[in-house]
Design a protein around this ligand. Structure first.
Ligand code: PGA
Ligand code: ZN
Length: 431
């Protein structure tokens, strides 16, 4: 039994140079836990609010109010409580702000606090965070299958191309370490190809190469070429994963592909994506239609759900109730889990569990605005059986997560890599 002595919030800065919230939870035995809130750019309408001060200073993005909420009501409510009872402490946070989107406390205030509590509890128990998570939720830990961005796009690259993430997965790798090696080869092969065309122009927000392409499909063709240049046969050990992030370019069933100067209705968008699924070795696709396009998501899942992983991000916003609705609608077959979309660890774990209970897969994910915080590497390992999406293979706010997984691999053993198991329901798993 170790009680919370103090909760202290401060303003720190994220990978885009924007203010964000860091929280220290100190225990009566002197142990401390710390976590930092990430921030999204392509945010779902139904996710927890990132409380910002507005006004002209710091482009309206200051977090003084969120920090004050940590140091005021949150600290007062948590002081003296037992740290190991994560769900009771998260319930206290939810009780302080029962609004669905946490708009009075701010999801940034609650998520940093909730994760700092998790860290403090692990430290008090003398366990690494991944082990604490596994023990807390009765799970068998395993190293996740990564999704790694090679080209950025959408809201992370000035909307230079419409599609947001062109990624690879290496389900055929024997270890997490091997995934890193293959990714290095593919990432730099892609850079070499861009350079040879005179199109190398730095990186997007998550470290993927800047998308100087004439069409969305040219990015896909280049990704295939990069996989081949790296000495791999596309669809063999390495497969493609896309985040369409369609809410960013569509509303009310009308989608505008700015780069190609085309407008599509939901059916035409689904046909276009279906053409890509036929032409390229794509094993996973995220938010293929907009967050408000339930009819489109059901149609897409009915057509392709038996052979591709269909991830709901903006569509499900890490919300267990929305996951359960989608299960009964037969929309999606995988949930993206971003702790700050939910606002607390317990709610994020609920969404993860709701998905797995339905036979779905789950991908723990970073945001496009990140920091040195490594909590999600531990969360995905501790919950086990999953996948991890962190961005690209460059920039330290990304590499810090991959590197943390390698440290966990040393403790857990290379055999604890989940491999391609999460993709067993896709064509990849059947081949
Ligand atoms: P975001 O994007 O963090 O900018 O919202 C990540 C994603 O869409 O998966
Ligand atoms: Zn997404």
């Amino acid at each position: 039994m170790t009680a919370i002595q103090s909760v202290h919030g401060r303003r720190v800065w994220d990978s885009r140079g924007n203010p964000t919230v860091e929280v220290d939870v100190r225990l009566q035995n002197g142990v401390m836990g710390r976590a930092i809130a990430p921030a999204g750019a392509s945010r779902g309408k139904r996710e927890a609010i990132d409380l910002r001060d507005g006004g002209s200073a710091l482009r309206g993005k200051n977090v003084a109010r969120a920090v004050a909420n940590v140091n005021g009501p949150i600290a007062a409510a948590l002081q003296g409580h037992e740290v190991s009872d994560q769900s009771a402490l998260d319930a206290l946070l939810i009780g302080l702000d029962p609004s669905p989107l946490k708009d009075s406390l701010g999801g940034n205030a609650t998520v940093a606090t909730s994760l700092a509590v998790l860290h403090a509890a692990a430290a008090a128990a003398g366990k690494p965070l991944w082990r604490h998570v596994a023990d807390c939720y009765g799970r068998t830990p395993s190293l996740p299958l990564p999704e790694i961005q090679i080209f950025g796009g959408g809201a992370h690259a000035g909307r230079r191309v419409d599609i947001q993430d062109f990624m690879i997965m290496v389900p055929g790798a024997a270890s997490f370490d091997e995934v890193m090696e293959v990714t290095n080869e593919v990432y730099f092969a892609a850079g070499d190809i861009m350079a040879s065309r005179g199109n190398l122009a730095g990186v997007a927000d998550e470290g993927g190469w800047w998308p100087l392409f004439r069409s969305n499909e040219e990015a896909l063709e280049t990704l295939v070429a990069a996989i081949e240049k790296a000495g791999e046969k596309p669809g063999d050990r390495v497969v493609i994963s896309l985040d369409i992030a369609a809410s960013e370019f569509g509303e009310n069933g009308v989608y505008t592909l700015a780069l190609e100067d085309r407008k599509l209705d939901s059916g035409a968008l689904i046909d276009m994506l279906g053409g890509w699924l036929d032409a390229y070795p794509i094993a996973s696709i995220e938010d293929p239609v907009g967050e408000d396009d339930t009819v489109g998501m059901i149609a897409f899942t009915q057509r392709y759900g038996n052979h591709v992983q269909i991830i709901g991000d903006d569509y499900l916003v890490t919300n267990a109730a929305l996951v359960r609705n989608a299960v009964s609608d037969r929309a999606c077959n995988c949930v993206l889990v971003k702790v700050n979309q939910a606002g607390t660890v317990s709610e994020a774990v609920d969404a993860f569990t709701a998905a797995q209970d339905a036979g779905w897969t789950a991908v723990v994910s970073a945001r496009s605005g990140e920091t040195e915080d490594t909590s999600i590497a531990h969360l995905s390992t501790g919950l086990g059986g999953g996948q991890l999406k962190v961005g690209s293979f460059q920039r330290s706010e990304r590499m810090v997560k991959w590197n943390e997984c390698l440290r966990i691999q040393d403790a857990l053993g290379a055999d604890a890599f989940v491999g391609g198991a999460p993709l067993a329901q896709t064509w990849w798993g059947q081949s």
